[in-house]
Ligand binder design. Structure first.
Ligand code: GAL
Length: 378
């Protein structure tokens, strides 16, 4: 009996030492912890389980993603005073994300990011109508875009990437072709969130994917983004009419409130733009992945850069936030200009604008776009 007890105690001590040495090895690899992904049940939508994936990198930065809408629900990064904070808008539970008229917080957007005038477009002489949901236009994919569907999710080897897959059936929301979409979110060791989009179709269609994360880099210390310094590598932007449909022109930013060619406080000229910024900038770039924009927030010292393969960037300052959303994180009131989005994309309404880069996707053609958000401290 006594022998047994001594034996058990020895076993416990051995297990304890082994466990300690494992966690020691883990947290001291290169002086830091290893990358991990943990999962948690986040609710049920249309009978399907929704899972929350928490990606943590070696330095402790975290990105949280759910497979409803492929939504980034949290990005937790460090400030210059070493405190950690969540720099994106969102809700405490799934019910928040599924409520009517949520403004696409953190979501994947498709098939067509931003607006298609009157929902109309023509492919090879055939007229199509995308579902209308915005003042007689089609916005962000229509009534049930990629932000409102359940994606199949898988953790990729290496514990730093989550892959999301969605099959958008022929005719869905007024778009032709069975479209297979894959999005891979990766949290890298150097505090970057890489978003890789690939897709293929069996009929010619149009495609314009993006992610709609709203950033406030103060992580709750300020309820506007007026003091964020934004820089966008773009000499031109696409002006819009009163219903936010591009006129088709490419206008110079020089000498206008749209000039962000050097870092500028968002609040400096925002009053000169009706409602605030909600425009597509024509990026100065060649093909391929290139850094195109940055945001610096002086209170926290957080610095965010954006690199993309896309030709455009929708810089939107949360003009339609009005403090009425329910179930927000810790009850935060998201009022107008609380947060900003940096939606890398093709230009709005491109199928109806012959002067804009094409968004056509044909069978057998690859669709591959990448956007990288990198966080650091200055
Ligand atoms: C933006 C769009 C805005 C608004 C917002 C969602 O991408 O440019 O006009 O619709 O999404 O509330």
């Amino acid at each position: 009996m006594k022998k047994n007890r001594v034996g058990s105690i020895c076993l416990l001590i051995i297990l304890f030492i082994f466990n300690m040495s494992c966690s020691f090895n883990n947290s001291n690899k290169n002086g830091m912890g290893a990358a991990t992904i943990t999962t948690q049940h986040f609710g049920t939508f249309e009978g399907k389980p929704i899972t929350e994936y928490t990606l943590t990198n070696a330095s402790g930065m975290q990105v949280v993603i759910i497979n409803y809408g492929g939504i980034i629900t949290k990005i937790i990064t460090q400030a210059k005073d070493s405190s950690w904070g969540d720099v994106v808008t969102g809700y405490d539970s799934l019910e928040g994300y599924t409520q009517k008229d949520t403004p696409y917080f953190g979501a994947l957007i498709g098939r067509y990011a931003n607006r298609l005038a009157k929902g109309k477009y023509t492919i090879d002489g055939v007229d199509y109508s995308a579902a209308l949901n915005n003042n007689g236009h089609s916005l962000h994919g229509g009534l049930k875009g990629f932000d409102k569907v359940v994606w199949e999710a898988a953790i990729l080897p290496g514990d730093s990437s989550v892959q999301l897959n969605y099959l958008s059936k022929d005719g869905e929301e007024g778009y032709p072709g069975n479209l297979k979409v894959q999005v891979v979110y990766t949290l890298t060791a150097n505090n970057a969130i890489k978003i890789e989009y690939t897709a293929s179709t069996d009929k010619t269609t149009i495609l314009n994917l993006t992610n709609h994360t709203y950033f406030n880099l103060t992580a709750g210390k300020s309820n506007t983004i007026y003091d964020h310094l934004v820089q966008i590598n773009a000499n031109k932007f696409t002006p819009v009419d009163a219903s936010l449909i591009p006129t088709g022109e490419l206008l110079e930013v020089k000498g206008t409130p749209m000039d962000f060619t050097s870092p500028k406080k968002v609040g400096q000229d925002i009053d000169k733009v009706m409602g605030g910024y909600d425009h597509n900038w024509v990026l100065n770039k060649a093909d391929g992945l290139q850094e195109v924009a940055s945001v610096y927030e002086p209170i926290s010292g957080r610095y965010l850069t954006v690199a993309t393969t896309e030709p455009g960037l929708q810089f939107y300052t949360g003009n339609f936030l009005d403090g009425t959303l329910k179930g927000t994180k810790k009850g935060i009131v998201y009022n107008k200009h609380y947060a900003l989005t940096l939606e890398t994309q093709h230009f709005p309404d491109s199928p109806n604008q012959p002067g804009f880069p094409s968004t056509l996707l044909k069978p057998g053609e690859p669709y591959h776009q990448t956007t990288v958000f990198t966080f650091s401290i200055k």
